[in-house]
Write a protein that binds this ligand. Structure first.
Ligand code: AKG
Length: 247
């Protein structure tokens, strides 16, 4: 097992560190192998495709493979292993300056026709002190593009501080139970199209969103984990207090 700082990967170069500082996000191409992704997609599918679904993953029959599964890492060891990928651990340690711990995971099925998430900053939902949170968004699909509901970001908005969030405006496009940043110029959003295995790291203050999956038959699966620095704590969300080290 890799436990020491000396043995940890340091995958990013100075230029990439600066890019993250400037834009609030960094895309690592092919950070995860296709085989591993296929195995994980199959595993997640199997969790609900059995006669007795574990209580933590239980849902209505019609929603078994729909939209998203919250926090599989809390209950499932394969989900924890993927959350700890050495490249993720290494990139986060370089960006944070210390080891990262995971506090949340989400597996998105995002089947055709399902809504996206309105523009927001993750810190609005997960307050942490000191503020150190970074998300790693792994593309679990060969093509993640505008049609099937890729992520959109507004570069540099992580420097704006926490913005007010209010009711979601476009319910045709976005999930209704979430909230949306107010007064944001959404014309500045750019799509982040990704290939299977690409990993997008982004700051908790970066404004990002996704649109409805408008494809006929292409899912937009992704595995998204949120991490804080090892000396940081989630302050308000009782459900996300437990910190999972990456070694
Ligand atoms: O993947 C998506 O559609 C939304 C993900 C997101 O907004 C997040 O992880 O904070």
């Amino acid at each position: 097992m890799i436990t020491t700082k000396e043995n940890r990967l340091s995958p990013i170069k100075d230029e990439q560190y600066k890019q993250f500082e400037r834009d609030g996000y960094l895309l690592i191409k092919k950070g995860c192998s296709s085989d591993l992704i296929d195995a994980f997609n199959g595993h997640i599918y199997d969790i609900r495709n059995q006669s007795e679904v574990p209580a933590w993953a239980a849902c209505e029959e019609s929603k078994k493979y729909s939209l998203r599964l919250f926090n599989p890492h809390k209950h499932d060891s394969f989900s924890r292993q993927l959350m700890k990928l050495p490249i993720i651990r290494g990139v986060l340690a370089q960006l944070m300056g210390k080891e990262a711990n995971c506090v949340q995971s989400m597996y998105f099925y995002k089947e055709p026709g399902s809504p996206g998430q309105a523009a927001h900053q993750d810190y609005y939902y997960i307050k942490n002190d000191p503020m150190t949170m970074i998300a790693a968004w792994i593309a679990m699909e060969e093509n993640i593009d505008i049609e099937n509901g890729c992520l959109w970001v507004i570069p540099g908005t992580h420097k704006l501080g926490l913005l007010p969030h209010g009711a979601v405006k476009n319910l045709e496009e976005h999930e209704s139970w979430t909230e949306e940043t107010e007064g944001t110029d959404l014309s500045k959003q750019i799509p982040v199209e990704m290939e299977k295995g690409d990993i997008l790291f982004f700051s908790e203050l970066l404004i990002h969103s996704s649109n409805k999956n408008r494809s006929q038959n292409r899912w937009r699966r992704s595995y998204v984990c949120h991490y804080i620095r090892e000396d940081s704590f989630v302050t308000q969300r009782e459900d996300l207090r437990v910190k999972y080290p990456l070694y």
